[in-house]
Design a protein around this ligand. Structure first.
Ligand code: FRU
Length: 485
């Protein structure tokens, strides 16, 4: 009998020819076939980056999770490796859910959530380990599951118990996992000397929304940072009618095994951003990868029959400045810049044809009270709008005039506009906008805020137009990315 990994890869290979890659991004990680959600196991191992992901190889919708795999040397060009972990054990028959990687010399350890149904048919989520000597082939641990319901504290959920973050700590290992305790979201900490026998340590974070998902934790610029998706939480600058699970970075200090939170930041104010996780580059930079989608949407690549759904955001470098988290596209992107167009002057209008995949920085001076509309992915009758309303101090992404909606046919337009407060810094608004074949990402004021959205333009327009309610001083640096590739 073929093993489940081979079966999945054979199936995917056979499907590949029928897939349509019109919307496949040039510089963002995506799946060539099937479904993709969360990034998993993001790490630098044996001289290159490895990224794994939540994947259904059999259809372009979420189902029975496998892990897929890519490799890269620059975080931008990724080579697809197919399926690397399959739900083939009693404790993970329902799926291999999200998890993280830990590099230990020439051994790569991954922790993931095994999902199965118990004797009563109730879903159970348990934490599991697998190891690899090359990053391509994994062996699941004999002592799996390493943590099951028997280790949970009173009131914690055996069903909503997932997304382990595995860490090396003095004296052994720590594992942080998301849970729901007495109806409140929390992150539980477990510890082990060898990785085999584990014990519950305590709540790392408690009483946070109704359920948390995908914790990541690291030290950055002298602070402890916890990243997590928080269901049922209201966050400043996020419309709860539009987004019920903001993705947060909590910045603070660790005290007696838990995080004392000093500040929190919403990681993305756009429509499509979830389940981020980070790794450290060999040079010590902290880089974040995330899923660019939202479970409330249906991708046109699915219902148009393109055979694939799912891509990641542009990887971002993180820094903490004055206690606040900032994000910027990885600096490797600058090496992908091709032809540039530069403009500096006073005008109410700027227009150019660039490329589908572009990197455009606009510095707009004298913005107080002024309105600006930036149109990208523009053709005769389509454009994605980035709108700044100076009276209200609000920035909006609007994809209502940009191709196919992210909703099933006949189910309306889906979410097509989001707004968030944005304040120009001393009258100047700086926006760095990245476009790819099916996305727009906007980095505001040097990465103070980020907004990401998918879009599926019908015409693949390459036009850009900037219009302002008045003449203002604009400085624009626009580049086509990865030309000829
Ligand atoms: C987040 C998530 C995780 C889970 C995975 C399942 O998007 O719900 O909590 O492990 O997706 O695919």
């Amino acid at each position: 009998m073929k093993d489940m990994i081979q079966r999945a890869n054979d199936h995917a290979r056979a499907q590949l020819e029928q897939c349509n890659h019109t919307y496949t991004p040039k510089l963002h990680v995506s799946v060539p076939v099937g479904w993709l959600n969360d990034p998993n196991g993001f790490c630098f191992f044996q001289g290159r980056y490895h990224l794994y992901g939540q994947h259904n190889p059999y259809d372009s919708v979420w189902d029975r999770m496998h892990w897929c795999h890519w490799i890269s040397t620059d975080l931008l060009h990724w080579t697809w490796q197919g399926v690397t972990l399959a739900p083939d054990q009693d404790y993970d028959t329902v799926g291999c859910f999200s998890g993280t990687a830990l590099v230990e010399g020439d051994r790569l350890l991954i922790a993931y959530t095994g999902v199965h149904n118990d004797e009563k048919g109730e879903e159970r989520q348990v934490q599991c380990l697998a190891s690899s000597s090359d990053g391509f082939h994994f062996t699941k641990a004999d002592h799996n599951p390493i943590i099951d319901a028997s280790l949970l504290p009173e009131g914690a959920s055996p069903r909503d118990f997932r997304d382990p973050k595995l860490q090396r700590v003095p004296g052994g290992y720590r594992l942080l996992a998301a849970n729901q305790r007495k109806g409140k979201g929390c992150i539980l900490a477990f510890e082990s000397a060898t990785g085999e026998t584990w014990r519950y340590q305590g709540e790392y974070v408690s009483d946070c929304g109704s359920m948390m998902e995908c914790p990541d934790q690291f030290e950055l610029d002298g602070k402890s940072v916890l990243i997590a998706c928080v269901m049922g939480m209201e966050a400043e600058g996020i419309d709860p009618a539009q987004n019920t699970a903001p993705v947060m970075a909590f910045v603070g200090r660790e005290q007696s095994g838990s995080l004392s939170i000093e500040a929190s930041t919403v990681l993305d104010y756009g429509m499509d951003f979830y389940a981020p996780q980070t790794t450290q580059t060999p040079g010590g930079r902290r880089v974040l990868m995330a899923w660019m989608f939202n479970f409330s949407e249906v991708s046109p690549t699915h219902w148009l029959g393109h055979g694939w759904t799912g891509e990641m955001v542009m990887p971002r470098e993180l820094s903490v400045r004055n206690g606040k988290l900032f994000q910027q596209p990885v600096r490797e992107l600058e090496a992908c810049r091709g032809t540039g167009i530069h403009f500096s002057g006073k005008t109410p209008l700027w227009q150019a044809q660039i490329a589908q995949c572009a990197d455009v920085t606009l510095r707009l001076d004298g913005m107080e009270g002024n309105n600006v509309t930036i149109r990208c992915h523009e053709s005769e009758d389509e454009a994605f709008l980035i709108d700044y309303n100076g009276q209200r101090g609000e920035l909006a992404l609007d994809r209502s005039t940009c191709g196919y909606p992210l909703a099933a046919p006949g189910r309306g337009a889906g979410r097509s506009r989001v707004t968030t407060p944005v304040a120009p810094a001393e009258g100047t608004l700086t926006l760095r906008i990245l476009t790819d074949r099916s996305s727009v990402e906007v980095f505001v004021n040097d990465g103070e805020k980020v907004l990401s959205a998918l879009c599926f333009p019908k015409k693949q327009g390459i036009g850009w137009t900037v219009t302002c309610s008045r003449e203002i001083h604009m400085t624009i640096d626009a580049y086509a990315l990865d030309e000829g590739a």
